[in-house]
Design a protein around this ligand. Sequence first.
Ligand code: 5GP
Length: 126
Amino acid sequence: MPVPGLPPYDDTNVFARILRGEIPSKRIYEDEWAVAFHDIAPQAPVHVLVIPRGKYCSFADFSASASAEEIVGFTRAVGRIARELGLEAAGYRVIANMGQHSGQEVPHYHVHILAGRPLGRMLVRV
Ligand code: 5GP
């Protein structure tokens, strides 16, 4: 069910195509709820994208429309991936961009897991 005020899901977006196997990706994890792969343009030594299997445009869409099972399954997958990558000791950052001001490029909900060096302040002051 589309969220009022948000665009409908676009089945041609690049992550939908990765999910369908139409575009290659370096997959590192998948389960019933989530698929994870390396970002094509990494911004840190570790830069992994985690996407739900369901068709959600953004965090706003996912948080409003996904079932409790999907939300728990996806969230646990993100934590598990970070743990399995050995990131917990040094720490990591999880980011979700939503909409124009965030710079969201791909309209399929995803989180970025960034790690592998000190990541600095969360936002650069401009
Ligand atoms: P956003 O700005 O939407 O939060 O992040 C989109 C991310 O997807 C960017 O970091 C970008 O590098 C990554 N990306 C875009 N196209 C592809 C692709 O075809 N393959 C992979 N692995 N990552 C992609």
